[in-house]
Design a protein around this ligand. Structure first.
Ligand code: ADP
Ligand code: ZN
Length: 299
């Protein structure tokens, strides 16, 4: 995949998040010539700052990858490709994010979800290297998943929404759930704000021996089992703020092995599980590197 990049291509990236935007230009992953972060406010102001960032560079990039919050139209053939569609984020519904960037800068863009960007970034330069079938799941303010199948991010009718899987409750858990659409889906039970809402304490401050973490491992491990059975990923990367609780990793791994109960024959799902479900390898620039990585696939 990396070998098809033109070595002199200057690449732009936009990590379009619900709370912040990150723009970068350079030759990823190591030669990032400029990078700027700013809060996501109105579409007009935020897109204005994004355009200013690129227009103020000594040279425009050859292409720009945009890894966005959603829901978004990620189908290149669609009339509304590049749009953020029905987001609950005020003011952002039906925003032509990709179109504005592409038209104003006269550049080709690649537009995909933030989680697909993260999966591509990890595949190219992070902990997903060497795995063409990779799953990236983020557990933060929301929960979302991106998957590569044969080295390409999967799309479909819209794009996968793995954060909203329906899962059996943990025994003794009577929380009504935090998802405005489904109540007790994965995101409703396990995202950072759900933890805080249920226990009355920010996830960050919850002690490692709190019962809440075993519920958390319950929901995440069941989701992973369903995704392993559906997608058969060669590796799983778990990112997002909540996964900074490193004690969750062993707890999730052992539950996954136990749920699968030896049915899927692979060493990765038994004695090599420690190398199978792992944290991300790219640090604070992960999101924007992933956005840049989206263009590399298609150059
Ligand atoms: P976002 O999902 O908004 O892009 P993050 O992935 O950082 O951002 O997720 C933020 C969420 O993660 C917050 O809801 C917070 O509760 C939770 N969080 C952040 N840091 C930690 C931590 N160290 N331990 C547990 N939860 C955390
Ligand atoms: Zn939901």
């Amino acid at each position: 995949m990396i070998s098809i990049v033109k070595s002199d291509s200057l690449i732009g990236g936009i990590e379009a998040g619900g709370t912040k935007f990150v723009c970068a230009i350079g030759h990823p992953p190591n030669d990032i010539q400029a990078l700027e972060r700013f809060p996501t406010t109105t579409p007009e102001e935020t897109l204005g700052r994004t355009l200013d960032f690129f227009q103020n560079q000594p040279r425009l990039p050859d292409s720009i990858g945009i890894a966005t919050f959603g829901p978004a139209d990620v189908h290149p053939d669609s009339e509304t490709y590049g749009y953020i569609t029905s987001t609950p984020k005020p003011g952002w519904s039906n925003t032509d994010l990709g179109g504005v960037i592409s038209r104003e800068l006269q550049l080709p863009i690649v537009f995909d979800t933030d989680v697909n960007g993260a999966a591509v970034g990890e595949y190219l330069w992070g902990n997903g290297q060497g795995t063409k079938n990779l799953l990236y799941l983020t557990i933060g303010t929301g929960i979302g998943g991106g998957a590569l199948v044969n080295g390409k991010p999967i799309h479909g009718l819209v794009h996968p929404e793995m954060g909203h899987l329906f899962l059996p409750r943990a025994e003794g858990d009577d929380y009504e759930g935090y998802c405005p659409f489904h109540g007790t889906c994965l995101e409703g039970m396990a995202c950072g704000p759900a933890i805080e809402d249920r226990w009355g304490i920010p996830a960050k401050s919850m002690p490692p021996d709190h019962i809440g973490w075993s519920f958390e491992a319950h929901y995440i491990s069941l989701a992973l089992v369903n995704l392993i059975l559906t997608l058969s990923p060669e590796r799983i990367i778990l990112g997002g703020g909540v996964m900074q609780q490193m004690h969750l990793f062993p707890s999730i791994r052992s539950r996954v092995v136990s749920h699968l109960n030896g049915y899927v024959q692979a060493s990765e799902l038994t004695y090599e599980i420690d190398q199978y479900i792992i944290p991300p390898g790219l640090g604070s620039k992960a999101g924007v590197l992933g956005a840049m990585g989206l263009t590399i696939q298609f150059l």
